[in-house]
Design a protein around this ligand. Structure first.
Ligand code: ZN
Length: 297
């Protein structure tokens, strides 16, 4: 018998297109969320607006819908006085995405973003505390019905590891996707290089490793090359580029990379060995529709 290692995410994705969804925060602001307000509170107060955006992404061809829970850990919710509602906010976010995903045959990725707290010795957060914060968030997400765990926009490997450990403790059967944001000279803000991220996140237990957000498609191409070269065998690579850096036009910031350009970029990433693509800030369902068409053509 030869041992065939199967990637849990690949098994779950099955014959769906390898396409995640795009940005949420900036679109929610366009749809009435005041800047600085708590996006996750809309899971409880404006669920139909979150569901509408999920529905648009699923209709555009996204196979994985990202729950509106990026800031769903207690320290982030505490900025809005909601630290006692971690379970409810996350369960509602997952349930909204679940209902939409089931109508489209899509999957739900339970989104974990950074806690916003600094680890020791720069801050006071310990790995055990961080894991506990992510576990509380995940209990809500699992109760709401997620299919996989999506850890994203991480800068600190210790925090990413804590999130992966939380997933392995709370929902050991769910695939884990972990991406970092390499937005500072091709490193994360904390100095992590793509190759080290690929190795360390995989070693911690991620089924899919990668990069999200960042400084736009050009840098993402360089980062993707390094991720693909370094990833261990059997581990998939995901990239979710933003639509460039926002440029000031008149009185407002606008993202300048349109759907077709981001789609051509996604196809070049796939040609370079990236397994799964999505998009981040500045992208919309139109971008995802173009990406879906480009990578499944
Ligand atoms: Zn982003």
């Amino acid at each position: 018998m030869c041992a065939v290692t199967t990637n849990r995410f690949a098994t779950l994705l099955a014959d769906r297109a390898p396409v995640f969804d795009g940005g949420y925060g900036w679109l929610l602001q366009e749809r009435g969320l005041p800047a600085g307000d708590c996006a996750e509170l809309w899971n409880l107060q404006e669920p139909e607006k979150i569901a509408a955006l999920h529905d648009e992404y699923a209709a555009a061809g996204a196979s994985v819908l990202t729950t509106n829970t990026f800031g769903g850990t207690a320290p982030r919710l505490a900025m809005h006085g909601l630290e006692d509602h971690v379970e409810a906010v996350n369960r509602a976010g997952a349930a909204i995405a679940r209902e939409v995903a089931d109508r489209h045959g899509a999957l739900v990725g339970g989104d974990l973003g950074p806690t916003g707290e600094l680890f020791e010795p720069m801050g006071t957060l310990t790995p055990e505390q961080a894991q506990g914060l992510f576990e509380a968030q995940l209990r809500g997400l699992v109760a709401g019905g997620i299919d996989l765990v999506l850890i994203e926009t991480m800068s600190d490997l210790a925090e990413a590891r804590a999130a992966i450990a939380a997933a392995r403790a709370v929902c050991p059967d769910l695939p884990i996707v972990a991406t970092m944001s390499f937005d500072t000279n091709l490193r994360t803000m904390m100095g992590v290089r793509p190759a080290d991220a690929a190795l360390e996140l995989a070693a911690a237990g991620a089924d899919v490793v990668g990069a999200n957000c960042g400084r736009g498609p050009e840098e993402m191409s360089v980062i993707a090359e390094q991720l693909v070269a370094a990833r261990p065998e059997g581990v998939l690579v995901l990239t979710q580029s933003n639509a460039g850096l926002p440029q000031l036009e008149g009185a407002e910031f606008v993202y300048t990379v349109g759907p077709q350009a981001l789609a051509e970029h996604a196809r070049s990433l796939r040609d370079a060995g990236v397994d799964v693509v999505g998009a981040c800030c500045g992208s919309s369902p139109e971008h995802i529709a173009a990406i879906r068409a480009a990578v499944t053509a």
